[in-house]
Design a protein around this ligand. Sequence first.
Ligand code: DX5
Ligand code: ZN
Length: 227
Amino acid sequence: MMELILSPSILAADFFELGKQIKMVEEAGVKYLHIDVMDGNYVKNISFGLPVIKSIRSRSNLVFDTHLMVVEPIRMLEDYRDAGADIITVHAEACSDLAATISRIKEMGLKAGVSLNPGTPLDKLDPVLNSVDMVLLMSVVPGAGGQAFIPSTLQKIRDLREKAEKTGAVIDIEVDGGIYVDNVMDVLMAGANVIVSGTSIFHGDILENIRKYNEKFRQYYEMVQSK
Ligand code: DX5
Ligand code: ZN
């Protein structure tokens, strides 16, 4: 059975309290931390980059799930590795040579992910599906937190799971944007196993929010086991 992983997105954190909030996530037993890097070019907004990642790397053992929303990320992969990324995910739409970008990430010894915007079809994955560790399906248009989940993502997740099974690709399917405790079960049932959430984790009581996700994950495992 696929391991379910929660990846809290610090984009929704209170940056004045960033260290404290990351510690809470870590103490709650979460494994991943989702780090949204935006360049003001591939997406309109600018978030944060290397100095922030370096600072938190020195104090955290979480798996840094680094989502690069930047144009031609191949230019800066070494920098993100050196800053402490464990997984680097790039956007298929932002790479002129996607296959080369993914091989470079793998050669550096990191896990490689490829991301697709809601409007980008799955066949964009064909050149790399057998070499990536993870596919990140955006369930909102990237660039900002707090948006509503796009329902057609569910079918896209199912199609991707089927495509992976057919081609023998062993991948995690990560979904990012507009996920809350109330709709996460749909995302899991569709075949995703890595869940990104910013707003629904960092807004309000972080520990309580994580507990609610863990409870959903437990329900999912129970449901799958009893089948
Ligand atoms: C959007 C980012 C997401 C975002 C998710 O561009 O990639 O990771 O932070 O945030 P919520 O959970 O608030 O939709
Ligand atoms: Zn993200």
